[in-house]
Design a protein around this ligand. Sequence first.
Ligand code: ADP
Ligand code: MG
Length: 464
Amino acid sequence: MDNIEKYPELLPVFQDLQRIIKPAEYELWLRPLDFVYENNTFTIIVPAQTWQDTITKRYEGILRDIFLQRLGITVAIQYTIQPQEEHKPILTDKDVISATQNTDFSVETHTPVEEPTQRMLFISRLNASFTFENFIESTSNRFAYKAAEAVVHQLGHPENNPLFIFSSPGLGKTHLLHAIGNQIMKENATAKVLYMSGEEFVNDYIESLKTQSAENFRRKCRSVDCFLMDDIQFVSGKEGCTLEFFNTFNTLYASGKQIVLSSDRSPQQLGWDERLSSRLLSGLTTEIKRPNLETRIAILRYKRDINHFNISDDVISFIAEGVQTNVRELQGCLFRLVHHCNVWNVTATIPVAKEILSDMLENNTPNVNINTIKKIVGKYYSIKMEDFNSKSKIQSIAWPRQIAMYLGTELTDLSLIELGREFNRDHSTVVHARDLVEEKVTNDPFFASQITQIIEDIKDVEKK
Ligand code: ADP
Ligand code: MG
């Protein structure tokens, strides 16, 4: 909205808009956008449909009201979607998408810097960016990490052969498998290492049958010093493939070659036949657990530092508290936030993070029912449900009503207009109430603690 200079007649509209909408929200959603105003039509240029949806839901009504009140114009609001050029493309959309979804692997030929040897023709499929050095060790993954390190130095040792790592998604299995492969190659450039996901194993095997090159496929899989097979659950239930895997496994095992397997479930849960299961269990089995808060913070700080992101510790902790599921989502949030702030040239603050990551954070944007707010505030101040919608201006009723409105802006995702309707008023009353209560919360610690208590009570009721 910085191109307002072109339209001096709209100044009063913008003054109102900025007074009504919270500064952080204005900065985030509106300031970055350009617009065109012609023939009573206000066309907003947005970078994406989601952006348009947010503006439609939250601000369109307000904008219309202001045009009417200030200029007496019934404005038409339109949108043009125009993906933006990035100002500072440190991260591309692709990075963000792959960080948010699955970064699992990019196929790479391992090419040592030394003289080319015959071995270079062997495609290891390792991703050089997953190493032991950039894996944060913690209580939840320590055992798997140590076992992976041990494998590198004792290839094929019966104590850790096979090494079986399992966990729910996004906790570092793929990372550790590549780290093992990369470390082996680093210490011994002539070692033959092969990384393959269960899915690739299945596809390549089926393909090799079609092209009558099953022998080649077998030779490739069975001639390695270390076979790293990721997500072996994919092989389950596909008759011929399970058998092929079993034979590969046996051949490698019998000749003392190292096998490392990962899966989203334990060997027992794979539902394989007894013989294979007991083989899988004969080595070392380890589970990676979800990281605790300290670990999540450590991982985020590490990723921030190596990427030179400008994100404060406060914001890091905020993200770490909000994302408890797995590391992939955790770093996906960080990347998404950095990407957004780069593109729009805004500072990454907690309110910005809250907005941008709202769909990924747990419990940070509770969408509380407005009636719960009324009920709890009513109980606290001894007023009745109908008082919230009445016209009464008595302070003992008006003040709790204003508190409920304020809490409505904090705890629900109702727009100001919708909130106004819930109290039988218009959005400007809600804005006034919100600002009044917010000021008291900021300046009166005793009142602030009462409000905190009320919020706790509201959340308790909502949980039930
Ligand atoms: P999985 O294979 O278990 O689904 P990944 O190995 O693909 O999980 O991990 C997801 C993402 O999280 C990867 O980018 C990986 O580098 C990162 N990651 C997971 N655990 C850690 C950790 N302990 N330290 C650093 N990065 C991690
Ligand atoms: Mg994986």
